[in-house]
Design a protein around this ligand. Structure first.
Ligand code: ADP
Ligand code: GLC
Length: 480
């Protein structure tokens, strides 16, 4: 039995700000339980919902030297969907209203987490063969395992995997601060290790010291070796290309299932979507105060509102788009400029645009189920889960061909009768508008063709099975 420990800063059902949480929370159940014991370690944030905290049981606690103080480290555990989760408790570091906030404090918080999480392993008696780290927050774990934690038998043979969910975020601060917080010696702060462009970089540490590196789609694995997508680490990623693989994300097919979804008004499946899906649209139009018209093409967006997601393109052509026979439903929070942009268009085109600037699991499911199309014109997209959810609900994705969007949405080809969505290549607003209008044309003028696209979208399989098998293969390669 191979023992694997996921370490991450978020995971469903306990805490979520984006797709990372979906992956960390849904992938572990998909491994073959006869050969893999996969567990998860997270911070215990004060901002977790009470019902989640109520699931947790106290295990033990100890004190750890950190940043010149003796800091409390509590350990809690909870079982969810047959997976064992552990939580590191510390009221000083994990007390904010959200998991992330001020970057300087986040850095101190997650260096603490990395050190505390490793220190907790002998206490709980779980000795993983592989520690699987996710994103910059856990970047020092591979470094520590080659350094301060190497002595003694317990940690000596542990292998590490570093998965990059988003290269944009690296956990960077000045060398002096990181050296002091991490307690790592000078040796590590050179440009072939943690240092990058004069600063210390946690993700870089993880990439340099991990035994294997993965990212969340094959295309993104290629893209990050280039200047444009490489976020200044492309040189390093090229150097480690032999140890870097792209494994596309899946989604939880039980959680996102239009035939059982508790949040939606009318359940449907691949056989009856032609009749039933539209009832969700009518209900959503009513709920959001849009014109009630089952024929009107409804385009959905569920997203963090950040530059990554291509909202500059939308802002640029929104007036033009709103001259068309479409409705646009947005759910998201994030950067103020994009929140206000959608609020403005909601005000300007009240019966056509609905901007919902908040976070809601329930509304997200309703949007995936109710809309005809789903817009995701990302500037870059390591994988993207929203388009997979849209596909699952027969909501046709319109995407830019980048990263995981390129790998998961097959562009419609009217001559061959193939494809599950619409796409465009260049980061150009009118190219996007052109793709949307092509979709409108098929939707309005060739409804049978449209329904075939929906059918193929629902047929596509992005459950975890295939990708979990690839992770298993990698684990077997690391620990024969
Ligand atoms: P990213 O991780 O870059 O944010 P993904 O597409 O991988 O993008 O994952 C986004 C996840 O967050 C999806 O599960 C999506 O439904 C969810 N999500 C994003 N914004 C909201 C919101 N405002 N309310 C509810 N769910 C949201
Ligand atoms: C990141 C990426 C997103 C990916 C998610 C889960 O947040 O932005 O593309 O789907 O991680 O891997």
């Amino acid at each position: 039995m191979k023992k694997i420990l996921f370490m991450a800063s978020e995971s469903v059902p306990f805490i979520k700000t984006g797709g990372l949480a979906d992956v960390v929370g849904s992938l572990p159940e998909c491994f073959d339980k006869r050969y893999f014991d996969v567990r998860v370690m997270l911070p215990k944030y004060m901002c977790m919902h009470q019902d989640k905290k109520d699931m947790m049981q106290y295990v033990d606690h100890f004190y750890m030297e950190y940043n010149g103080k003796s800091e409390y480290v509590g350990i809690l555990k909870a079982e969810y969907n047959h997976i064992q989760f552990y939580f590191i408790d510390d009221e000083y570091y994990f007390n904010g209203p959200t998991p992330y906030g001020d970057l300087r404090f986040d850095l101190e918080k997650f260096i603490f987490f990395d050190k505390a999480a490793l220190s907790a392993l002998p206490v709980i008696g779980f000795q993983p063969d592989i520690v699987h780290c996710h994103d910059w927050q856990t970047g020092l774990v591979p470094v520590y395992l080659k350094d301060s934690f190497r002595g003694g038998e317990f940690f000596a043979n542990m292998k590490t995997v570093m998965t990059i969910h988003n290269l944009k975020f690296q956990g960077t601060w000045d060398v002096k601060t990181v050296k002091q917080l991490s307690g790592l010696p000078d040796y590590y702060f050179t440009s072939d290790k943690l240092e990058a462009y004069k600063d210390a970089n946690m993700l870089k540490g993880g990439i340099v010291f991990a035994d294997a590196i993965t990212t969340v789609s094959a295309t993104y694995a290629e893209e990050i070796k280039t200047d444009f997508y490489g976020e200044k680490l492309n040189g390093l990623l090229q150097a480690r290309a032999n140890d870097l693989r792209g494994i596309v994300n899946g989604i939880d097919y039980d959680e996102y299932d239009p035939s059982t979804d508790q949040f939606i008004v009318k359940k449907y499946n691949q056989k009856n979507f032609r009749k039933e899906k539209v009832k969700n649209k009518l209900a959503l139009q009513e709920e959001l105060g849009l014109d009630r018209d089952e024929k009107k093409m409804m385009i959905g967006i569920v997203s963090r509102l950040t530059g990554q997601k291509g909202f500059d393109l939308i802002a640029y052509v929104m007036d033009e788009l709103c001259q068309d026979e479409v409705q646009i439903v947005v759910l998201g929070t994030g950067e103020e400029q994009y929140e206000n942009m959608f609020r403005y268009f909601d005000w300007k085109y009240a019966n056509k645009v609905s901007a919902n600037i908040y976070y809601s699991e329930e509304l997200s499911h309703k949007i995936y189920a109710s809309c005809d199309a789903f817009l995701m014109p990302s500037l870059f997209e390591p994988c993207g889960l929203s388009q997979l959810m849209a596909l699952r609900y027969g909501t046709v994705p319109i995407v830019r061909e980048t990263g995981g969007l390129k790998d998961t949405v097959e562009p419609y080809n009217e001559y061959e009768g193939r494809g599950t969505g619409f796409s465009f290549v260049n980061y150009n607003a009118h190219e996007m508008l052109h793709a949307i209008r092509y979709a409108e044309q098929v939707y309005y003028d060739r409804k049978r063709e449209w329904n075939k696209i929906v059918d193929r979208a629902m047929e596509a399989d992005f459950s975890w099975d295939r990708s979990a098998a690839k992770y298993q293969e990698m684990y077997d390669w690391l620990v024969p």
